[in-house]
Design a protein around this ligand. Sequence first.
Ligand code: DQQ
Length: 483
Amino acid sequence: RAAADPHRPVYHFTAPAGWLNDPNGLTQRDGEYHLFYQFNPYEPLHHRIHWGHAVSTDLVHWRDLPIALTPSDGPDVDGCWSGVLVYDGDTPTIVYSGRHGERELPCVATGSPDLVEWTKIAENPVIAAPPADVEVTAFRDHCVWREGDAWRQLIGSGIRGQGGTAFLYESTDLREWAYVGPLLVGDSAAGEAGAPDWTGTMWECVDLFRVGGEDGAHRDILVFSAWDDGVTHHPLYWSGRYEGDRFVPAALHRLDLGGRYFYAPQSMRDESGRRLMFGWLQEGRPDSAAVAAGWSGVMSLPRVVTAAPDGSLRQAPAPEVDALRDEQLVSFSSVLSAESVEVVRGDELDLELRLTLPHGGAVTIALRATDDDAERTHLHLQRHGDRAELTLDRTRSSLDPAVDASPRAGEVPVQADGRLDVRILVDHSALEVFAGGVPLTTRVYPTRPDALGIRLSGDGVPAQLRVWSMHTVARDAAAAAGA
Ligand code: DQQ
C-alpha cells in the first residue's frame, strides 16, 4: 500500500491498489463472509471495472482473493458493473451488468464452490434489451431473490421524463427472464433537483429487503442511489409494502446524511439473520490527488440495519467492529461547558459519546483539529423536541482548497429523556458518525500532521465518553499480489 499517504484508512477495507467503488455480491457461506467490489486494479480511476474479491470470518479482517470477474470480449468488454451473488441450488451465481460502450445488459457467471473461479455463461447477455415500451436513462445493477419456485430480479433504471425506477423480471433458471413491469416509478420533478431527498432521474443499485422492527413487526425497504446525468447524488430508501408486482411506498427517507459519501450500498442477510450493509465512501479530493496517491475509494465498515417503529431504519456498526479496538484511551463523565476541551488526540479512533441533551441544548464536537484551529471538522448537534439537528461543517476541514468542503445536515431522533448516543469512527480521511442510529458518513483531508485533536463543548450538557485507539488491519501481501 502507498504507506506515505496520510489519508489512507488503516482499519477500513480499501482495494490493494487502484480504484474501488460499490460493494457487490455480499454473501455469507459456511461462516465466511465474501465481499466483492467494483475494482480497477490498474489505476485509481473508474475505468474497465473488474470485480475484486475479499473474504473474512469476522467482517473486519479481510483476506484478498483473486479478481473474480474481468472484462472480456463480448457484452462486458467495457466493464463488469455492479451485481449480486445468489445460490442456484449449490451453484454460486453472479448476476452483474455487462458494459459495452453505453450499453448495459445483465450477464451471469457461475462459480466454483470456494467462489474463487468464475465462468461467464455462453448465453450472455441474458436480457437482450431494456423494456421496449419506455425510453430508459440507464439499465443496470441487480437485486435477485427467490420467491416461491421462481427467481425475481430488479434492475435499476429511469424512465425519461418521469423518474428513477426499478424494473421487475421473473425467471425459473436465472437465464431466461420475463419482464413483469416497473416495481415503482419515482417523480424526478418532485422537489428540487439535487436536494438531499431528490430521487433523481435514475436509481442505481436498487436493493429490496424485509427487515425486522424493534417492535417485532416487519418492514419492506427499497434502497436506491439517486443518480442523474453522470452525477452520483445520494442513497435514499422507501419504507412501505412489497406486494408482489409493486411496491407501495409509505415514506421516503435519507439513508445516510453524508449523501454521496455513502453511495451504492448493498445489503445481505447473514447466516444469523442479521441485515448487514456496506457502502462506498467515495473520494472528496480530485482525481489527480487519487492518482498521485495510487488508490481511491473506501468500503464502509459493516452496518447492522434494523427498523424503528415508524418504519425508518436504524443503523449501527456491526458489533464485530469492536474487535478492532486496541487500547481504551478515555473514559469520563462530565458536564460540557462552552469552553472547548480537548479530550483525546488521534486519527485512528472509535468514540462512544452518550449525551443527555436538554431542550434547545447543543453540543459541538471538533475532530481532526490542529491546536490553532486552522484545520478542524465540526459536528454540531442541537435538540428540538424529539429530534436533534446534526450538522457537519467542513469549511475548515482542510487547508487544501481542492477538496470538497460542502456541508451536510439532517435530523436524528432523541429519546424522551434527552438521551442521544453518538458513535464516531475516525480513520484518517474516513469518518463514520452514527447519532441516534442515523449515520452521517464523510471524508476529510486535513493537511497538517497535528490535525489530531478531538474537542468537546456544550451548554451544560451531561456527557459520558469512551474512546479507543484502533488496530491497523494488516493486508495479506501475498494474496494481494496474486490478485
Ligand atoms: N457503479 C457501478 C454501476 C452502478 C454505479 C459501476 C454506482 O453498476 O450503477 O461501477 O456507483
